[in-house]
Design a protein around this ligand. Structure first.
Ligand SMILES: *[C@@H]1O[C@H](CO)[C@@H](O)[C@H](O)[C@H]1NC(C)=O
Length: 254
């Protein structure tokens, strides 16, 4: 099992907390001699390079002073659709059926409220051109400085005929006139509620679905448009068509 940096920071934090290392504690932590600190991590955990446990020696020396404590991981909630009062206001459709003359696809983004839970659902009907051109997407504009974060996280479940989605971002207030966006593609497992982690450094600039390697990198400090899209696959080896749903609990930056 390879942990993401966020999960790793959490794991380190949990180990530090279990070992009695508390943020701001004045006294040096006391560990029972021989206590297997690493044993607290799940078997098979891979420590990422550059991250170290606060203490791995059984008896820390008092002269060494307080252990460096890994701060709690930051996670910024961008949308939490499970919270009472959450809305899908501000999400607008951008499908080929709305944005292109030749388009025939459509979708809906709605809040599902039941007696027991609440979440957003993105429905899509892909009616692509014979070459696979076609997409269904929903976009929210805003102003997000995500420079302190390394990934977008999405808690969601996909059902239906299609499971390949992408997140697409724009920066610096660039609108439709720029005609391209920073995109990262992901595939959902069928029918399983899953947390997908999409590294911010995986976003590359695409113009109408085609990678443009010469574009400047995404400015994560000034993201001004956030979109979710399911696509026919005009440039991919696989094609998608038909109906699908993506039930979304929340979207965060971590
Ligand atoms: C979203 O809200 C729910 C409460 O409805 C909470 O349990 C959950 O932790 C929140 N998700 C995030 C990522 O903060």
């Amino acid at each position: 099992m390879v942990l993401t940096p966020g999960a790793m920071r959490r794991a380190v934090w949990m180990v530090a907390a279990a070992a009695g290392v508390v943020a701001g504690a004045a006294a040096a932590p006391q560990l029972a001699p021989g206590r297997p600190v690493l044993g607290l991590l799940p078997a098979g955990t891979v420590l990422l390079p550059g991250l170290r446990l606060a203490h791995t020696s059984p008896v820390p020396s008092v002269a060494a002073g307080p252990a460096p404590v890994t701060p709690e991981p930051m996670e910024r909630v961008l949308w939490n659709f499970t919270v009472p009062g959450a809305t899908v206001d501000g999400w607008t459709e951008s499908s080929d059926g709305t944005a292109r003359q030749a388009g025939m696809s459509t979708g809906a983004f709605k809040l599902q409220k039941t007696a027991r839970f609440q979440r957003a659902v993105m429905f899509s009907l892909l009616n692509p051109q014979p070459n696979g051109a076609g997409f269904v997407g929903f976009v929210s504009t805003g102003n997000w400085d995500l420079s302190q974060f390394s990934a977008i996280r999405l808690r969601a479940r996909a059902q239906g005929e299609n499971f390949h989605y992408k997140v697409y971002l724009k920066h610096h207030g660039e609108g439709a006139s720029v005609g391209g966006s920073y995109e990262s593609y992901f595939e959902m497992p069928p029918g399983q509620l899953t947390t997908v982690t999409i590294p911010l450094d995986s976003f590359a600039f695409y113009y109408r679905g085609q990678l443009e390697p010469g574009a400047p990198p995404l400015d994560t400090a000034d993201i001004t448009s956030f979109g979710l899209q399911i696509y026919g696959g005009v440039y991919s080896e696989f094609k998608q068509s038909g109906v699908a749903s993506l039930e979304i609990d929340w979207i965060t930056a971590a």
